[in-house]
Design a protein around this ligand. Structure first.
Ligand SMILES: Nc1ncnc2c1ncn2[C@@H]1O[C@H](COP(=O)(O)OP(=O)(O)OP(=O)(O)O)[C@@H](O)[C@H]1O
Ligand SMILES: [Mg+2]
Length: 497
């Protein structure tokens, strides 16, 4: 058999308080899609950051095409044919697509940027990705899915031999996802080495040839996908730890309304939105990407203004109209966009968790936080959500993607608001943590919270909800009971009458 094209050997990396990679060795072949799987914080992104030149390992060897290479920067990685599609996109909304794609590699013509060539190459890559944008379009004017396509386009520009995809599908529509899979398969046909990180095991079974599973910085197993089952992979991921991924929906008594929205409008985005949320109720807001679900959430959390309509919230047993600016007093919003709206990345885990709860933690004497109380509260939710942290003062930006998401959830659990809005609450979480969040949602409802859940994973949304609201083009087009079928929800979301 031919030599593997890529070999990473005995890769070790420690960060303060955690040994993220404990001597990992693996091979990857040309024309193969290798799935890299593991629980949140297992070390997947760190391992790939070593290959991509973003993290310098303490020890280890990288061999590409039979030669040992030193990768000390992303530029070194690019020179060795490695491209990286990152888990979290870092893009400036005001930049154009072409500037974003070429930010570090602009073609020059006697030291002047050659925009003609750049635009042509950018246009060609966009076309290959099935996007019809002008290269001059600003990032802020395209959807999150299209932004992800730009990130993928950036990786493909250099004609890489090894391409790393770190959870590339979380902001894609199902059509965009299918298209991405076609592209990945064509890269495979062309003989590229593809490394694919995902928590969506169905994607892994659909797309990948082989899997390697990491646990706590070590390789614990893997094999050809055709020889593995879903259960095999989950067992390898979590080891001897027992997860109870079984979630059983139980009907709860539903109380009085705690939130009513009447004819809420925002020009071009929300059209006459009216609905009610009751105490102890979980309502799933379903719709295709771009249908306006996130916009409803943002308006209710007071993040976007509305042009007309009324929002009423229950205080002292009665519904009262509230201004949007006051919504933050009663609403906890777990956001889908943790980088922009959720977290203060350079700040500690502890402070990020306290952020929504300062009034309680200062016992009203702002700005003096009762640090013992803060410690206790942080520990409680670090334990409850099994957040993998070295200590409470660790900067949030150094947590793994899934653990950052858990910090946002922990923040709102600590505050314990009347109304929760959860927009993609399990994005980036591993299978065990996803199951746990479903249980938490049920517990919150049991204790009397009203919860609006948005999720692009329809099964997840359906499993926890008491009823569903379906959106299409900024309007609520159907209200369905829990026993509605998936097909019915899909049809309503697609605009069927
Ligand atoms: N710059 C850093 N400083 C300190 N610790 C870090 C840093 N980068 C990663 N870590 C730690 O290394 C461990 C592995 O993180 P990594 O991001 O590789 O996990 P992951 O497998 O990609 O998880 P996820 O599925 O949640 O994205 C985590 O405990 C994380 O907190
Ligand atoms: Mg990661």
């Amino acid at each position: 058999m031919a030599e593997p094209y890529l070999r990473m050997e005995n890769i070790r990396k420690s960060f303060p308080g955690v040994q993220a990679l404990k001597g990992i060795t693996f091979d990857a072949n040309q024309g193969e899609i290798l799935a890299l799987i593991g629980a949140n914080g297992a070390g997947k992104s760190t391992l790939m950051n070593v290959l991509g030149g973003n993290v310098i390992p303490d020890e280890g060897k990288i061999v590409i095409g039979g030669c040992e290479v030193k990768i000390n920067s992303p530029l070194d990685a690019a020179k060795n044919g490695v491209a990286f599609v990152h888990q979290e996109m870092a893009m400036l909304p005001t930049m154009s697509i072409v500037d974003t794609m070429f930010i570090s590699t602009f073609p020059t013509n006697t030291s002047v940027i050659d925009y003609k060539t750049a635009n042509e190459r950018c246009g060609a890559v966009l076309k290959r990705l099935g996007c019809n944008f002008d290269p001059g379009t600003k990032i802020r004017n395209i959807s999150p899915g299209s932004q992800q396509m730009v990130e993928i386009g950036r990786a493909l520009l250099s004609d890489p031999k090894i391409i790393i995809f770190d959870e590339p599908t979380s902001s894609l529509t199902s059509r965009e996802k299918e298209h991405l899979f076609e592209i990945i398969n064509s890269l495979k046909q062309d003989g590229a080495v593809i490394i694919y990180i995902s928590h969506m095991l169905d994607e892994v079974f659909q797309l990948c040839d082989r899997a390697m599973v990491l646990r706590n910085g070590e390789t614990v197993g893997g094999g050809m996908i055709k020889d593995l089952t879903y259960d095999d992979i989950v067992k390898l991921m979590i080891g001897s730890k027992q997860i109870d991924s079984y979630f059983e929906y139980k009907q709860r008594p539903v109380g009085d309304p705690v939130l009513t929205v009447k004819k809420m409008c925002r020009k071009g985005v929300l059209d006459n939105i009216s609905f009610t949320l009751c105490k102890g109720e979980v309502v799933g807001l379903w719709g295709l990407l771009g249908s306006g679900r996130t916009e409803v959430a943002r308006a209710l959390a007071g993040l976007d203004s509305i042009d007309s309509g009324e929002i009423q919230v229950c205080t002292n047993g009665h519904l009262h109209p509230v201004k949007q600016s006051e919504m933050k007093n009663s609403v906890g919003m777990v956001t889908e966009n943790r980088r922009e709206e959720g977290l203060l990345l350079p700040m500690s885990v502890k402070h990020n968790m306290s952020l929504a709860n300062l009034w309680k933690l200062t016992r009203g004497f702002l700005p003096f936080i009762q640090s013992k109380l803060e410690q206790e509260q942080t520990q409680k939710y670090v334990d409850r959500l099994e957040i993998k942290v070295a200590n409470h003062n660790q900067r949030v930006e150094t947590l793994s993607g899934g653990n950052q998401q858990k910090v946002i959830i922990g923040r709102w659990l600590q505050k314990n608001p009347l109304i929760y809005i959860m927009d993609e609450p399990t994005r980036g979480l591993d299978v065990g943590a996803k199951a746990d969040i479903r249980k938490i949602i049920a517990e919150l409802a049991e204790s009397g919270a009203a919860i609006l859940v948005i999720s692009s994973e329809i099964d997840e949304m359906m499993s926890v909800s008491d009823r569903y609201l379906v959106m299409n083009r900024g309007r609520i087009v159907a209200e369905l009971s829990r026993d509605a079928t998936k097909e019915k929800l899909m049809a309503a979301a697609a605009g069927a009458q």
